[in-house]
Design a protein around this ligand. Sequence first.
Ligand SMILES: Nc1ncnc2c1ncn2[C@@H]1O[C@H](COP(=O)(O)OP(=O)(O)OP(=O)(O)O)[C@@H](O)[C@H]1O
Length: 278
Amino acid sequence: MSEPLTGMAGGEVPKLDIQDLQVSYVDRKGQSVHAVDGLSLTVANKPGHGELAVLLGPSGCGKSTVFRAVAGLLQPDSGSILIDGQPVQGTGRDRGMVFQSYTSFAWLTVRENVEYGLKLQGVPAAERKARSLAMLAQVGLKDFAEALPKQLSGGMKQRVAIARTLINQPKLVLMDEPFGALDPQTRFGMQSLILDVLAKQDNTVLFVTHDISEAVYLADVIFVLAHRPTKVLHRVEVPRFEQRDPTVKQSATFKQVENHLLDLLHSLEVKGNVRVSL
Ligand SMILES: Nc1ncnc2c1ncn2[C@@H]1O[C@H](COP(=O)(O)OP(=O)(O)OP(=O)(O)O)[C@@H](O)[C@H]1O
């Protein structure tokens, strides 16, 4: 199931193209520490059905560092990051981010939070309202449009964060352990919701997790990262499951992909740090 690391036909411009990325941090002693060393990966541009690419690896391997570099939140030492062939230079509206911690404006209603980006872009109020209500309906929160964030559960707050990101129609959605703080049942519900919403939105997603089951359930393609300093070790294509509901996790194909990933991670001797939630 492991594939060549690009998975691209010649001549196509990928949605995301990372080549020979190097990132280092300065530690407390003032020493330079390599977090990412020569990482390359590409995520294909698939109009009509956005690709969901997962970065999977043990805690501390550098997933968030790659994520932040793609988001433009940190400056790599060297290497290139292209989105639709254009180099990333700092943060930009072409990328939308969802993090594990919920960030919303406490004094704004759910709808006003979702509309906020459109307001900054000068979109007229009536259009903002219509678009935010449609987006909230997609994430199952239409009835909570006028509620304040403090009235919502953790899963609902994360749905607001997803709606607020997707309404801006980013070319690339970046999600860093977005469901990591949720209980298992809510987490599974959110995984199914994100697949439903993305199927309608045509977004390409880069999704960071250390949960193998979550990776297999969500991904079209999984990049398995090695220990720090990280580089991609394997690219694993995940078969399209006909249905994505709780039963799919019990299917032979699902188990086969999980076992394949476990074997890969075993071979890297990192399984102990990776969550396996079967
Ligand atoms: N600001 C920083 N200063 C120094 N070292 C850092 C900094 N941020 C990250 N690192 C180090 O870089 C390495 C990669 O960290 P990163 O957060 O990218 O890993 P991760 O795979 O996302 O981990 P986790 O799954 O635990 O979030 C780690 O060894 C970490 O200690």
